[in-house]
Write a protein that binds this ligand. Structure first.
Ligand code: MEV
Length: 430
């Protein structure tokens, strides 16, 4: 979005897909329908991307509305197959904007590359040699991506670590690991980092006299953090049967459960990633890298923790999230995929760290939606309302028939295709 648009489109969910695109245009989004309707990724491009291609694969491309992030309205494209995810996040974005929306920040676009020295007999010595050669290593690394330097990125530093494999019952191995810090600007950067570490290996072996093992980036991108916070006035959380303050306390309690119990934290975090992965997919990003980094980050104190926090500041419920999010807006699939380009244009994200900040805000909103549902009516009611539509369609209902069949399934709480077929038969006068 370029500035004058609004993400607040009441009744968006009630429209047909074509009407939604029109509503986005009316809201000021400079978009055309074609990229979401045409073939999308062309077969010849897909065939160049990976091996053994026989076709392409589609998923729903939705838009989350109502987001206000750092004072600006944002329409957020999401690619996801799970019902309720987009509805929940849009509802929570609407709720959040009443208390000012999301506030975000990011650290840098620095990715880490690792060079491992294996089976090192004198680790302290190898560490000192590498530290003493810092300038030479940085100078050599700086020559590898001259265009990156021109774009404002490049080498930012190195770190040397002594890492020990000391699993009880097995022989100890000392390793020395050199980290390089590469500012990848708007690229996710995996290829750039891997090129640097591979290129540096002979020099590192020469400096230390040790053998280099693995040379690869680390997905624990803890120099590329994005953070979002939101302040929720509990009065907006009230339901038909519960006061907002009670719901807010239940949400904070649900978060404490996730902090204390990794079994719950895993599910809590899955809900966060429902949002972040959907943005990653829509924007052509490597969601496995993002997942790996996010989960590793959550275990940084030695215990697997939730990705978010929900605590009270006075009367306000305050949510926050901080994650390593390795997003790119250039390179890889992004360049060749027309739907990805359209999604990035709709979101108005040109900078990788802008995209990362939107993604964590979405993850935080998604988490609020899940916790609010779990703390009140439970997750199944909303989920089954959406699921009923899929069941109705599976039973053969037309687009016009789906809402009535779905309503009948919800009323009886019977979501079987057989029952949907019966309802459909009755509807058609059978
Ligand atoms: C389902 O996809 C995600 C949830 O399980 C997340 C959560 O439990 O917090 C609802």
């Amino acid at each position: 979005m370029s500035g004058n648009e609004t993400s607040r489109i009441p009744g968006f969910y009630k429209l047909s897909p074509d009407e939604r695109v029109k509503a986005l245009q009316d809201a000021g989004a400079d978009i055309a329908l074609a990229p979401w309707r045409d073939e999308g990724l062309r077969l010849q491009d897909a065939d160049l991307m990976v091996e053994n291609v026989i076709g392409t694969f589609s998923l729903p491309n939705a838009v989350a509305v109502n987001f206000c992030i750092d004072g600006a309205d944002r329409l957020v494209p999401m690619v996801v197959e799970e019902p309720s995810v987009v509805a929940a996040v849009s509802n929570m974005a609407r709720l959040a904007r009443r208390s000012g929306g999301f506030v975000t920040e990011s650290s840098s676009d620095i990715m880490i590359g690792q060079l491992q020295l294996t089976n090192v007999q004198a680790p302290a010595e190898a560490v000192s040699k590498l530290e003493a050669a810092r300038d030479e290593l940085l100078a050599q690394a700086a020559t590898i991506h001259p265009r990156l330097v021109a774009r404002g990125g490049g080498m930012r530093g190195i770190d040397v670590r002594h890492v020990v494999y000391d699993e009880p019952g097995y022989p100890r191995e000392d390793m020395v690991v050199l980290h390089i810090h590469l500012d990848c600007v708007d690229a996710m950067g995996a290829n750039m980092v891997n090129t640097v570490v591979e290129h540096l290996a002979p020099l590192v072996e020469g400096i230390t006299g040790e053998q280099v093992g693995l040379k690869i980036l680390s997905n624990l991108a803890d120099k590329r953090l994005a953070k979002a916070t939101v302040r929720i006035d509990p009065k907006y959380l009230s339901t038909a049967t519960l006061k907002g303050t009670e719901v807010a306390e239940r949400i904070a309690s649900a978060w404490r459960f996730a902090w204390a119990d990794p079994y719950r934290a895993a599910t809590h975090n899955k809900g966060v990633m429902n949002g972040i992965d959907a943005v990653a997919l829509a924007t052509g990003n490597d969601w496995r890298a993002i997942e790996a980094g996010a989960h590793a980050w959550c275990a940084r104190d030695g215990h697997y923790r939730p990705m978010t926090t929900w605590r009270f500041d006075g009367d306000m419920l305050v949510g926050s999230i901080e994650l390593p999010v390795q997003f790119g807006t250039v390179g890889g699939t992004i360049r060749v995929h027309p739907t990805v380009q359209a999604n990035l244009a709709l979101l108005g994200a040109e900078k990788a760290n802008d995209l990362a900040r939107v993604a964590v805000a979405v993850g935080l909103a998604q988490n609020l939606g899940a916790l609010k549902a779990l703390a009140t009516e439970g997750i199944q009611a909303g989920h089954m309302r959406m699921h009923a539509r899929t069941v109705a369609a599976t039973a053969g209902a037309t687009t016009a028939e789906v809402p009535r069949v779905a309503m009948a399934l919800c009323a009886k709480r019977d979501y079987s295709v057989a029952y949907a077929e019966r309802v459909l038969g009755e509807l058609r006068g059978g």
